[in-house]
Design a protein around this ligand. Structure first.
Ligand SMILES: [Zn+2]
Length: 652
């Protein structure tokens, strides 16, 4: 906060000078930014005297950061900068170098990049005369410093895998920068439809996401190990090997299978052989191998069943199900710490558990006299190396998680877990799993939730958005908004929406903004009427939500959007084709709703044409299904081919 005040004061003092000072919104953490124009050309008439300098033995992040600088500076100006090693170089503020990462130039400059301030993903950029030094405390920060440099010198902005913007100029002057930028959340991941494999990773780096849930990166480091959300009997004690194991007195280690059972947590806690096997496998197969990773997820099987053996039931009565899990995680973390102290001293690690379904309810009680949540017992207070990942699956996302009336269980969870856990992360939901295709109305709560996460100390977010299919409503914008807010939760939300729409829908931006506003107004009415509230399993593709009049209104907006784009068909055919494709993809939602609910209003031949063109456009957009069952079940009603067959069968 103090740094921000200094920055604002400088702004006022220097308001009439050439200084531009960006207080980076109202970010409540260290972000410090002072930018001044210089008369030093970075690129002049498409040529540059600058060289990009990396260490003589660069790591993959440093190498990639340099390549990204070269690529985007070339995109902007046509200049092709050379990438050189720092061997034999020393810091000289007269030299024209863009230094990336831990080079001799960084060392000579005296610029400090402390992990205690920047964590793994924050970065610094500082101009010393002609020389620019970019670095993070760790590899990820160094990579993001390159994007930070491009933003500040070339107006670079990244919107989607197929959309970015950058200044086009022959001559670009260097900015005098003193920047410290630290993301609001140190871990940032969005699970979504896998983009084409060849550029999936490129998107991850440029959207400044960190991977997770099994997605590991080559040129940045995900804080999460490959242990996933169902890891305990999926990966650490796999059913196929340990499914029939029992204790010496015949008690099973686990019940059922991945779909029906769970590890018995009290057996894993109290039975020496089971505990030792679990921790040996965890350490030997994951922690010892994944040296760069920090967070090791002990995931439960993804269903409502939990162990109901006598020991478990007795412990639930004392500690709740969540407390039983905390006690196990604490014991595992102690064992791992012993190993770390011996073999990898000083290494940072966290054992992570879900607060999800039956463990969402924290091991606390509310003390009305003190007006706060208190631990049930000292043994349910999480160790410093235990993390709790809150997954508010029952929240209806048109209301914030903190809304006690509509999202009571989540509201209590977010308010109470911090009483027993100092490390929190979040697994939240940015789609309707029964209606991937429909717009998901969390626009009014996304930012409020993110700010709340930050206020209670959450350091990491994973959001689930439509997976298994492309072509869903506002798909690219959903990812853009979330990745932007994960980096800086305090940006102007409406400004982000406008910026995205302007850059992505271009010639039809005005109409798409109108469509977005119209959707928001309809969703508000549905919410007020109690018809739909952002439940992640709602029936949001059917006439209960959408009247025929709604659909005609949307159709009219799209007619105007397509017409607006027609205006550039001759003058700018590339833009025309791109926007036409994006509008066509975005139109699939309302066309689906009309065919599925209101086809009786049209003559049979018209309906046939509507179905044929929908099928063809859905194919181009890679829309294969409308909900999550598309992944699991070939006879599913979520699979588009089945739905279309059903539509056609009613025509006969
Ligand atoms: Zn049990």
């Amino acid at each position: 906060m103090i740094k921000k005040i200094v920055c604002l004061t400088l702004c006022l003092l220097l308001a009439v000078s050439a200084f531009a000072c960006k207080p980076a919104s109202e970010k409540p953490q260290d972000v410090d930014e002072l930018i001044k124009e210089t008369d030093i050309p970075l690129v002049s008439d498409g040529q540059s005297d600058y060289k990009i300098v990396i260490p003589s033995d660069p790591n993959p992040s440093e190498e990639y950061a340099a390549e990204e600088l070269r690529f985007f500076i070339n995109e902007s100006t046509g200049a092709a900068l050379e990438i050189v090693s720092d061997e034999g170089l020393s810091f000289d503020s007269n030299a024209k170098y863009l230094s990336v990462g831990k080079t001799a130039l960084l060392e000579g400059s005296g610029l400090s990049a402390e992990y205690s301030l920047l964590n793994s993903d924050g970065y610094k950029i500082k101009t010393f005369g002609n020389t620019v030094i970019m670095t993070g405390a760790k590899d990820n920060g160094t990579l993001y410093s390159a994007y930070g440099f491009l933003e500040r010198n070339f107006d670079y902005e990244y919107f989607a895998i197929d959309e970015w913007s950058i200044k086009k100029a022959d001559t670009v002057m260097l900015m005098d920068m003193d920047v410290t930028d630290i993301p609001t959340f140190n871990g940032r991941w969005i699970t979504c439809q896998t983009l084409s494999p060849s550029n999936m990773d490129e998107w991850v780096y440029r959207a400044r996401l960190t991977g997770g849930q099994g997605k590991m990166l080559e040129k940045a480091i995900t804080p999460w190990s490959i242990l996933n959300d169902q890891s305990m009997v999926g990966q650490i004690l796999p059913y196929e090997i340990y499914g029939n194991r029992t204790t010496a007195d015949g008690k099973p280690w686990m019940t059922g299978n991945m779909k029906t059972g769970q590890l018995c947590i009290t057996t894993a806690t109290y039975d020496e052989e089971c505990f030792n096997t679990f921790t040996d496998n965890l350490i030997n197969n994951f922690i010892a191998k994944e040296k760069e990773q920090k967070i090791f997820m002990l995931g439960i099987n993804d269903h409502n069943a939990y162990c109901k053996c006598d020991t478990c039931l007795a412990d639930y009565a004392k500690y709740k199900q969540s407390g039983v899990m905390v006690r196990f995680c604490n014991k595992v973390a102690d064992r791992v710490q012993e190993w770390i102290d011996r073999f990898d001293p000083g290494r940072e690690f966290y054992i992570c558990m879900f607060a999800y379904i039956y463990t969402l309810d924290s091991p606390t009680s509310y003390d009305t006299a003190q007006n706060k949540y208190l631990p049930l017992d000292n043994s349910v207070i999480c160790n410093d190396n235990v993390m709790v990942r809150i997954a508010p699956i029952s929240s209806v996302n048109m209301y914030p998680h903190s809304d006690m009336e509509h999202n009571g269980s989540a509201a209590v969870a977010f308010a109470s877990w911090k009483a027993v856990a100092s490390n929190l992360s979040v697994w939240d939901y940015g789609t309707n799993f029964n209606a991937y295709l429909a717009p998901y109305p969390d626009w009014g709560t996304m930012q409020e939730n993110f700010k709340m996460y930050k206020e209670i100390g959450v350091s990491d977010i994973l959001t689930q958005t439509p997976a298994h299919t492309s072509g869903t409503a506002f798909y690219a914008m959903t990812i853009y908004l979330r990745s932007q807010l994960m980096w800086d939760a305090y940006q102007d939300f409406d400004g982000l929406v406008n910026n995205f729409i302007d850059n992505y829908y271009k010639t039809a931006a005005k109409e798409i903004r109108e469509y977005y506003d119209y959707l928001r107004s309809v969703f508000e009415i549905l919410k007020e009427k109690g018809v739909y509230d952002g439940n992640i399993y709602g029936k949001a593709l059917y006439s209960t939500c959408w009247t025929y009049d709604n659909m005609l209104q949307i159709e009219r907006i799209f007619d105007r959007a397509f017409a607006a784009n027609e205006a550039v068909k001759e003058s700018d055919p590339d833009t025309y084709e791109l926007v036409n494709y994006r509008l066509t993809t975005e139109s699939l939602f309302y066309r689906f709703v009309i065919i599925a609910n209101y086809s009786s209003y049209y003559p049979r031949s018209t309906v046939e044409e509507m179905i044929n063109s929908f099928e063809s456009d859905a194919k181009k957009a890679n829309l294969t299904g409308v909900g999550r069952e598309v992944a699991n079940n070939p006879s599913s009603n979520d699979l588009l081919s089945n739905i279309i067959s059903g539509w056609r069968s009613t025509l006969i």
